[in-house]
Design a binder for this molecule. Structure first.
Ligand code: MN
Length: 238
């Protein structure tokens, strides 16, 4: 290995992140979360092909910016690992990526509507989510990001946003830390539910861009608080 092993703390934190996302209903048998390697920024950590609620320390593998394993392993990889590799490649500020199919977000992608910050907890949505249309990149597909070309096209759609909706599939959120990416994945789903219900009452006054930025700084500066709470309810990890 030409690079250092990740810290045991980071590996454990990624296991906890997987379990939190499952517990909070963001991922089910599918979906995944990764974190940039703490000792080698050209690598990232991601579980082998395992349901997030079952991920254990031994499942955490190291990948390179090409989306391929950087360590020897007999474990299968997630088909959509290129979501992670291409976002880390194009966004040096991103330290963690969560990809999910959380259901309340789906109606927005298929109607071309953006998620916009409906309350202070989702200031990370800024001026609104980005939208990825896979058929623009590859025509008719199974909707999965299964190679570097599709990963690159997705990363281009994400641009400088923190959240990209994937039409007919799900969404991907990014953050400057593992805790913040998990937080954002949970609150993207919450925001979608609230946006759907408020829309039935009338036109929504969303946070404007400056309000969103200010709220994000305040709330995400305290992201350890909900992280501690969510960590308590995941049970024992292996
Ligand atoms: Mn997917």
């Amino acid at each position: 290995m030409k690079f250092a092993a990740p810290s045991a703390e980071l590996v454990e934190k990624l296991v906890i992140a997987n379990r939190i996302l499952f517990n909070q209903g963001v991922v089910d048998g599918f979906g995944h979360v990764s974190v940039r390697h703490d000792k080698s920024p050209e690598h990232f950590l991601l579980s082998c092909n395992r349901a997030p609620g079952l991920v254990k320390r031994a499942d955490i593998l190291t990948y390179g910016m090409d989306g391929e394993l950087a360590v020897e392993s007999n474990q299968r990889s997630y088909l959509e690992r290129y979501i992670h590799s291409e976002i880390y490649r194009s966004r040096p500020d991103v330290m963690s990526v969560v990809h999910s199919h959380s259901v309340s977000v789906i109606p927005f992608g298929v109607t071309g509507q953006r998620l916009r910050p409906i309350f202070h907890m989702s200031g990370f949505l800024g001026s609104g989510s980005a939208l990825f249309e896979i058929s623009d990149a590859a025509g008719n597909t199974d909707l999965l990001i299964r190679n570097t070309g599709l990963g690159k096209a997705l990363a281009e759609s994400l641009g400088k946003h923190n959240c990209v909706l994937m039409r007919g599939h799900g969404s991907t959120v990014v953050g400057p830390s593992l805790e913040s990416a998990v937080y954002r994945a949970i609150y993207a789903e919450e925001n979608a539910k609230l946006q759907l219900s408020a829309n039935a009452l009338g036109p929504i006054r969303f946070l404007n861009e400056e309000e969103a930025e200010l709220a994000m700084i305040t709330v995400e500066g305290q992201v350890i608080r909900p992280w501690e709470l969510w960590s308590k309810s995941i049970g024992q990890i292996e």
